[in-house]
Design a protein around this ligand. Structure first.
Ligand code: NDP
Length: 274
């Protein structure tokens, strides 16, 4: 019988995850089906229960449900527990739900391995304090960055997140309007502003000369945050398509025990063939 998987989020129509997993399944000859679920903001748990009752084997969880998925599950990987956010859910044979988080490894692989960014000693600004930001914090600190600043529209959330991670490395939190005179080698947008056609408001000075700009959001045309980076002369401006494929490959590995080749899938997406 074909195994069923899906991505759940709200909104969800734009998601490229079904095309990515179909490409992975084809490449590795797996008999699986991967769909989209528009999650009910008032009944995420009910949507998950219905999927599992219908025989579903695994879910990817996206905006705005990552933190709610973390609260829902009993069995969590160390990286999901640390992140307090789940992006990958596995259903074992006994119907037990396991939660993991592959966002961090996806971001680091895309930046370090696919794009050649060297993290050790760099100053990094992470904009946003929601599920995506939580997922990448610990892996970012583990790369050996010199300083990691979390800036969020709601400053309290950035402070709380930095306080919770203080033991893991050199991290601090502030409001978006409190970035006085710092300059960063890499600025990562982990806000959902792109979904609403906007970029978070950052002062121009915070991008270091030859600094990199990375938007976790992705779109067929340059995202508002990528445009922000281009207008400020960033050395490299990248959207989150590579991260999307890398985090999906890690989810696929958890579900199917096989690591797909991400390079042809990223290329096909960039060229509009998927
Ligand atoms: P959440 O809903 O959990 O968090 C949203 C965050 O965005 C909060 O920090 C919120 O700030 C902030 N925010 C929203 N609108 C604005 C705005 N106009 N200006 C400034 N800040 C804003 O979402 P997620 O963390 O799950 O997802 C965030 C983004 O990351 C999404 O665009 C998602 O598509 C992307 N993503 C991409 C991945 C990839 O593989 N490429 C993987 C995971 C996520 P506040 O606290 O003040 O409300």
């Amino acid at each position: 019988m074909t195994d069923r998987y899906a991505v759940i989020g709200n909104p969800i129509a734009h998601s490229k995850s079904p095309a990515i997993h179909a490409a992975f399944a084809h490449q590795t000859e797996q008999d699986m089906d991967y769909g989209r679920i528009l999650g009910d903001p008032d009944d995420f748990a009910g949507d998950v229960r219905a999927f599992v009752a219908a025989g579903g084997r695994g879910l990817n969880v996206t905006v705005p449900f990552k933190e709610r998925a973390w609260e829902l599950l009993d069995d969590l990987s160390d990286r999901a527990r640390a992140a307090r956010a789940v992006n990958t859910l596995m259903v074992s044979d006994g119907g037990i739900l396991h939660g993991d988080n592959t966002d961090g490894i996806g971001l680091i692989r895309d930046l370090a391995e696919n794009q050649g960014f060297s993290f050790p000693g760099r100053s990094v600004l992470l904009v946003g304090a929601g599920g995506a930001a939580r997922g990448v914090l610990v892996p970012l600190l583990e790369t050996g960055v010199a300083a990691l600043t979390i800036a969020n529209r709601t400053a309290d959330k950035a402070h709380a997140l930095a306080d919770a991670m203080r033991a893991m490395g050199p991290v601090s939190g502030c409001g978006l309007n409190q970035l006085w005179d710092q300059r960063f080698d890499l600025i990562i947008n982990a806000t959902s502003s792109g979904l609403h056609g906007a970029s978070p408001s950052l002062p121009s000075h915070c991008l270091a000369e030859r600094g990199w700009v990375y938007d976790m959001y992705y779109a067929d045309t340059p995202t508002p945050f990528c445009r922000w980076g281009q207008e400020r002369g960033a050395r490299r401006v990248l959207d989150g398509l590579g991260m999307l494929v890398e985090q999906a490959a890690e989810s696929f590995l958890l579900w199917r025990g096989l690591r797909p080749d991400t390079v042809p899938v990223i290329k096909a997406l960039r060229e509009g063939q998927l």
